[in-house]
Each structure stands twice: as structure tokens, then as C-alpha cells.
Design a protein around this ligand. Structure first.
Ligand code: SF4
Length: 224
């Protein structure tokens, strides 16, 4: 079966909106300032965007506060065609932790992450439908570590369930990920080196340790 190119599907939606001379209201779930930088610079040319910051997966409160502050700072500094609003969802890490029960040891990119996508996208769908938005979406597909096909599959199922269109995406196409790194540099954004939950942080720390041990062993061999 041919893989769907969701960037091309998004292009079609934008072309249709331009033909109809419409600028709809889009609720954009954002995972963090760096990922949202590219999505905003791209989509705020075509939509009235509200950034929806709902990320109970960031299990450490200090880290959550740091990321949400960066998101708000970026919105003040990033020039956009149509002004962007901001809504912070409830910070409820206990909801994430109870969802992740039994999946703590799964590797990043597996079932725990799919459930984590759904948790956040579902909240965005609920907010979008109860506040009269025309579309909802998420910035998550900009990251090469996230499964764009799964994100779109979940988004489209939620669209059916809640009766609101999901704006499909694969933001990493057309160089979106690289542009987000470039914009993060321009706006000096805090770029975390792990996804968000305590499990992803522990995995990243293990990787770093293994790398350091590898380097040390390599150095020992070289001096032998
Ligand atoms: S690694 Fe990221 S996407 Fe996966 S469960 Fe943790 S926070 Fe969610």
C-alpha cells in the first residue's frame, strides 16, 4: 500500500482555502516552542491560530514551566501575518502517569507514545469543538522522532468522533525540522534534549552514559 504524503494533503487544503479566500480558525496543539516555531511561521499565513499548550507528559513541573514560558516568549517575538493567541491547558501529569501505567519500560516511539499522542490530541479536539474552531492539529509531526502516519491516523479518528476537521500534516517534509532548528537559533529558544516524560529522560541519560563509557574505553585502548 502506498504511503500517504500528508504534506501534499495539507498543500491541497491550503490551496482550497486560498481559492475560497478563507482564513479559518485553527487550534494548534503545541508540544514546545522549538517545534511550534516552524509550524507557526508556515501556517499563520493561512489560518487564525490559537496555540493550545496541553502537555501532561512533561512529568517534571520545573521542566514544564520552563517549556511553557519559552512558548509564550516565542509568541511575543515571532512575526506572523495573522496574530496568534495562546491557551494553556490544565497541567495534569497524574493523568499521563496513569495512562502510561504498564508501559513505562517501552522504548520511545512505541505504544506508550501513541497513547501519549492521543491523550494530547483528544484534549485539543475537545477544546476545539467546544470553542468553535474550524480545524485542529498538532505540531508533533515536525519531529523526526514522532510517527507522522500514527499522528494523522489518530487525528482523523478524533475528527470523526468529535465532528471537527483535523488538519493533517507532516511538518518535517519541505525541510520543516531544519527550519525549526534555524528558528530556535534565531530566537535563542531552549531546546530540550529529551521528549518530555521521566521515561524519555532516563533513556536519554542512559544513552549519554553509554556514549561516555564508550569514549573512555576507546581512550584507554588508544593509550595502551
Ligand atoms: S517519549 Fe515523548 S511521546 Fe513518548 S510517552 Fe514520553 S513524552 Fe510521550
Amino acid at each position: 500500500m502506498n504511503k500517504i504524503n500528508y504534506q501534499k494533503e495539507l498543500d491541497k487544503v491550503i490551496e482550497m482555502l486560498q481559492r475560497e479566500d478563507r482564513v479559518p480558525k485553527l487550534l494548534m496543539h503545541s508540544c514546545c516552542a522549538p517545534c511550534s516555531s516552524y509550524c507557526l511561521s508556515y501556517l499563520a499565513q493561512y489560518f487564525h491560530i490559537t496555540v493550545y499548550y496541553y502537555n501532561p507528559n512533561i512529568t517534571e513541573s520545573a521542566e514544564y514551566q520552563k517549556r511553557v514560558a519559552e512558548q509564550q516568549r516565542l509568541l511575543k517575538e515571532l512575526p506572523v501575518r495573522y496574530p496568534v493567541s495562546f491557551v494553556e491547558g490544565e497541567y495534569e501529569p497524574e493523568v499521563f502517569l496513569s495512562m502510561a501505567k504498564g508501559m513505562e519500560e517501552l522504548p520511545e516511539g512505541g505504544e506508550r507514545c501513541f497513547a501519549c499522542y492521543e491523550l494530547r490530541q483528544r484534549k485539543a479536539a475537545q477544546y476545539a469543538v467546544s470553542h468553535g474552531f474550524d480545524y485542529f492539529t498538532t505540531t508533533l509531526s515536525v519531529s523526526p522522532h514522532k510517527n507522522a502516519a500514527k499522528l494523522n491516523e489518530i487525528g482523523l479518528l478524533l475528527a470523526q468522533e468529535y465532528g471537527i476537521p483535523y488538519l493533517v500534516s507532516d511538518f518535517k517534509k519541505k525541510g520543516g525540522y531544519l527550519k525549526s532548528i534555524e528558528l530556535s537559533g534565531i530566537y535563542d529558544l531552549y531546546r530540550q534534549d529529551y521528549c518530555g516524560c521521566a521515561y524519555s529522560k532516563a533513556a536519554r541519560e542512559r544513552e549519554k552514559q553509554q556514549k561516555e563509557q564508550g569514549i573512555t574505553q576507546h581512550q584507554i585502548k588508544e593509550t595502551e
